[in-house]
Design a protein around this ligand. Structure first.
Ligand code: XIL
Length: 380
């Protein structure tokens, strides 16, 4: 009898250990960073809430699989480079419309909207705009550039980033009281009027286009205050501005959630819409939108399961905040298509990996609709 009890006990212990071991195996499988590849697509899940976009100079150079990925997951595209002044208008009498035309055509054929990027910027803009001319000449060149480009796609492009990154980085409590505009070539040529002028020319060329001011790091600190000073001027002067683009180049460990929450409300208080225009959340690397900054040195290591989980959590918290402000937000656009098609390649910032598979962040964003992350959207 006692022998039987011992045997039974031994079996019970063995059975427990086996179950525990297999549970552990299942758990560790769940935890290896592998993401669920099924479930609703992000654009369908967020239908009627906000547009979901990706940046890319489509369709040239993209594989059939990548184009399918765009069609399945996104309902608006931002050209990543081909409509910027440098590429599209390299010299006064040269226009390169091949890629922009192809992008607009491909998007129309696939029922995908287009957001134009960008008319006026200090970067990717050739010097001819500012050479051998006075204020009148620079104004005429600005007008010709905007009228030709916006006019060509009138009715085919939903909105434009009219002015990009006009505000200086950093700042302090003194600059926070001012617009603190960057001393860009446009600023040198025309002074602070270049901003309202650009909006006026864009509006004349396509009165229905939704016109945006777009910038990075404007959600926090003195740069946020300066953005409010600038936008208040534009609104007060009746400039045809529709919204503010918060670029959204963030880093998993340092997303300024509270500032983002407050900034969206601040812009809405001016009567402006908000879009998140260039979203990417790096796993390692810098925040901000400075060109050439935050690129990893040396070998790029693959993200760990913990990295992917932390990134998914950051994306879920962000979308919880966006959802809290859904009536103010028009669009959320990712800056690229996959971790292979990203200006921050190597920092794994997007929701598809380099092989076009959904990352854990993807399901976390869709899940934020059902299970908001409460700590991310605390009331002001
Ligand atoms: C980046 C592109 O992604 C790169 O391919 C290009 O080399 C440089 O510009 N802010 C912007 C975008 O408004 O236009 C920038 O895009 C990223 C920062």
């Amino acid at each position: 009898m006692s022998h039987r009890i011992v045997t039974l006990a031994a079996w019970a212990v063995l059975a427990y250990l086996t179950t525990a071991a297999s549970a552990q195996t299942t758990d560790s499988k769940k935890d290896d960073g592998a993401a669920n590849q099924s479930g609703p697509t992000i654009k369908d899940a967020y239908k009627g809430i906000f547009l979901i976009g990706a940046a890319g100079d489509l369709p040239g150079g993209y594989s059939a699989d990548e184009l399918d990925l765009v069609r399945q997951n996104f309902n608006i595209v931002t050209p990543e480079n081909c409509m910027k002044p440098g590429p599209v208008h390299p010299s006064e009498n040269t226009w390169r419309f091949e890629r922009p035309d192809a992008l607009v055509k491909w998007c129309a054929e696939n029922h995908i909207a287009v957001h134009g990027h960008t008319l006026v910027w200090h970067a990717q803009t050739n010097n001819w705009f500012f050479r051998d001319g006075d204020k009148a000449v620079a104004t005429r060149r600005l007008k010709d550039h905007i009228s030709t480009l916006v006019g060509r796609y009138k009715g085919k492009i939903r909105g434009w980033d009219v002015v990009n990154e006009a505000i200086k980085d950093g700042g302090n409590s003194e600059t926070a009281k001012t617009e603190n505009l960057r001393n860009s070539p446009w600023m040198k040529a025309l002074g602070p009027d270049y901003i309202p002028l650009a909006f006026k020319f864009a509006h004349e060329a396509d009165p229905d286009a939704k016109l945006y001011y777009n910038d990075y790091n404007i959600e926090a600190g003195p740069k946020h205050e300066s953005s409010m000073v600038l936008l208040r001027r534009l609104v007060k002067d009746g400039v045809p501005i529709y919204g503010v683009g918060i670029q959204g180049h963030w880093n998993t460990a340092r997303v300024p959630y509270e500032a983002i929450d407050r900034a969206i409300a601040d812009y809405a208080s001016l009567g402006l819409k908000v879009s998140i225009t260039e979203l990417d959340v790096t796993i390692r690397g810098a925040s901000g939108g400075q060109l050439g900054r935050g690129r990893p040195r040396g070998e790029v290591s693959p993200p760990s399961a913990e990295d992917l989980k932390a990134q998914a959590n950051a994306y879920a918290k962000l979308f919880t905040i966006f959802l809290k402000h859904k009536s103010q937000i028009e669009r959320v656009t990712f800056w690229g298509l996959s971790d292979r098609r990203s200006w921050r390649r190597g920092q794994h910032p997007l929701i598809f990996d380099a092989a076009n598979h959904r990352k854990p962040a993807y399901a976390a964003i869709v899940d934020a609709l059902q299970h908001p992350k409460p700590e991310a959207a605390t009331p002001r």
